[in-house]
Design a protein around this ligand. Structure first.
Ligand SMILES: [Zn+2]
Length: 347
């Protein structure tokens, strides 16, 4: 367990795991009876187990961070010289050419050297360019490391704006910013941009605010890979970052664009979770549309946010989508608030 304080501009805590570690470190078997030792381990193990299952009061970000700090790093090939690295936060894509690696997202700050080693092993080429799919800490945490090494950081213009100010994401417990100068994008775009990396062409698109107001979708050809960032988590209800301009309507709009640009053979790299197919993306998009419709109906019926949560509008989807770090009640609140602010709840 690494300490989140290694990244001082992110104010996060997750006490269950650290309590467990400290309790074990502080026990001196020669000074305590076996009974006391067993009792301490039993109590702290219960705390730890609770922390892994959305313990009471644990925020979405605490639970996500715990997962990102502890998941094993995995490398998956998704095409010729194209790799997905997962475990240390959002999924990372690495594309190698003859002399360099282009990276999409940079994971957690606390695991960046582990990431760097995994990239070197997979591509055997140094990282020279880094594209961020959006500003969140689990996708930009390694920016300081790579930026300080002279890597060109590329992102939508609003990523730079978000990283240079303090951000609070409603319903998640996320409080983040200002990032140091070396973490900031040095090359930005507003609608679309193209890059090439060896034989692969990258088309970067922003389809308007969706998960945040600075999302980038990257199509890689001829590998036929679409890196979609956090507009899709496989299988998790998504975070909709309402403070960064995100909305349920924007998420669905962006997903419809991706569905129009991909085919049955396209490998979809989600922001989190396993590589998916276009059919998986369609299934997820249809779930979002149904949840939006149900919550619109609750708003039209005059329900308050807590009444909407109590009505369990996601109930039949929860088994598939609701066991991750965004529980059904949090997702319902995000969609409810998004629709209320968009003013189209009565349509
Ligand atoms: Zn995100």
């Amino acid at each position: 367990m690494r300490n989140m304080n290694s990244q001082p501009w992110i104010q996060l805590r997750f006490d269950g795991a650290t309590q467990w570690k400290h309790a074990v470190q502080q026990i001196r078997p020669s000074l305590v009876s076996i009974q006391t030792l067993l009792l301490v381990l039993f109590v702290t193990a219960a705390t730890w187990r609770g922390a892994g299952q959305v313990a009471t009061g644990e925020t979405v970000i605490q639970k996500a961070t715990e997962e990102f700090e502890n998941s094993p790093m995995k490398t998956t090939s998704v095409g010729k010289s194209v790799f997905m690295l997962s475990g240390d936060g959002g999924n990372i894509t690495a594309i190698a050419d003859g002399g360099s690696t282009l990276l999409i997202d940079s994971g957690m700050d606390s695991r960046v050297t582990e990431l760097s080693d995994a990239i070197a092993k997979a591509t055997m080429r140094p990282v020279t360019r880094l594209v961020n799919t959006h500003w969140h800490f689990d996708h930009t945490g390694g920016n300081v490391y790579f930026g300080a090494a002279g890597v060109t950081i590329i992102a939508h213009e609003n990523v730079k704006k978000r990283l240079t100010s303090v951000q609070d994401v409603p319903f998640t417990g996320m409080h983040d910013g200002h990032y140091p100068p070396q973490a900031l994008p040095t090359l930005t775009y507003s609608n679309s941009m193209t890059l090439s990396q060896g034989s692969q062409q990258l088309a970067l698109f922003n389809y308007g605010p969706a998960h945040t107001d600075g999302d980038t979708i990257i199509y890689i050809a001829p590998a036929n890979v679409a890196v979609v960032g956090d507009i899709f988590s496989n299988h998790n209800y998504p975070i909709i970052d309402l403070a960064s301009g995100g909305s349920i309507d924007g998420m669905i709009h962006s997903l419809d664009q991706v569905l129009a640009q991909t085919d049955e053979q396209t490998k979809i790299v989600p922001g989190h979770g396993l590589v998916a197919t276009r059919a998986d993306l369609q299934d997820y998009r249809d779930m979002l549309v149904q949840v939006r419709q149900r919550i619109k109906a609750l708003i039209s019926a005059g329900k308050a946010i807590d009444e909407a949560v109590a009505a369990a509008p996601t109930k039949d989807f929860d088994a598939k989508w609701g066991s991750g770090y965004v529980p059904p009640d949090v997702f319902t609140k995000m969609v409810f608030t998004s629709l209320l602010h968009s003013g189209n709840a009565s349509q």
